[in-house]
Design a protein around this ligand. Structure first.
Ligand code: SF4
Length: 242
């Protein structure tokens, strides 16, 4: 059964990755929001390289909102897409100043109202407040599908599928641990199934991590049939739906 399998996945991941400190270095919610915006299409290590200087230069939401754009861009340049990221930071911090007195709001509803902030960024920021949230990034999306915890592609729908399966207090840590596994073992191209701590729980392991429901043909067939759950082939047995 899928719910029971999900709980065992939670347990194994907790044992494998006991430390769930957020990789993006920050000292307050504002810094976490900025770092998360910068992390799009970049690496945590790269973001962590630029933020110490950045956060020394700009300390408050007003500092970011009122900064000279060209100067702010020089600080974040190496994270890539620096024009768009600078614009996103300044638009979001402007709203923080105008609507929230420079503070970062503490609810998902308010956070996703900020310009350029989607559910993924909002959930990362909430986790910094200690509020549980499932962050669906590229790793969580891929692993949830390989583990057959969802059949969806859309991150918001994946989040909805995972929420009832994972205990609420584990939401933030679970997504972080899936990210760790995605970086260490369950790679996009060549997942190392034989060394994976989840291999006996993972319907994709018998396909070397490339199950039919994730191949272009499988996805097309699944969509054409209007299915919302991965349907195993005869080889897949019942595990893919559990
Ligand atoms: S068994 Fe393979 S596909 Fe499944 S989670 Fe582990 S590495 Fe990924």
């Amino acid at each position: 059964m899928r719910a029971r399998r999900a709980l065992e996945i939670v347990r194994r991941l907790r044992a494998r990755y006991p430390d769930t400190q957020l990789p993006l270095r920050h000292r307050n919610p504002l810094q976490l929001l900025i770092a998360t915006i910068l992390s799009a299409q970049s690496t945590d290590a790269q973001v962590n390289r630029v933020t110490p200087t950045l956060f020394k230069r700009y300390r408050t939401a007003a500092d970011f909102a009122d900064a000279r754009t060209s100067e702010l861009e020089t600080y974040v340049h190496s994270t890539g897409f620096f024009h768009a990221k600078t614009r996103a930071i300044q638009r979001a911090t402007r709203v923080l100043v105008d609507r929230y007195g420079g503070r970062v709001p503490r609810t998902l509803e308010e956070l996703v109202e900020l310009p350029g902030v989607g559910r993924k960024t909002a959930n990362v920021v909430l986790s910094g407040f200690g509020v549980p949230g499932i962050v669906v990034d590229t790793h969580v999306r891929r692993l949830s599908r390989r583990l057959a915890l969802t059949a969806h592609h859309d991150p918001d729908k994946i989040e909805q599928d995972l929420m009832p399966l994972i205990p609420r207090e584990e939401w933030s840590a679970f997504s972080l641990r899936l990210i760790f596994l995605g970086r260490e073992i369950c790679f996009a191209r060549r997942p190392r199934c034989p060394t994976c701590p989840l291999r006996d729980l993972c319907p994709s392991s018998r396909y070397g991590g490339m199950p039919p429901w994730m191949t272009p043909a499988g996805i097309g067939a699944s969509r054409a049939a209007g299915r919302t759950r991965p349907r195993p082939t005869r080889r897949a047995g019942t595990g893919a739906r559990s």
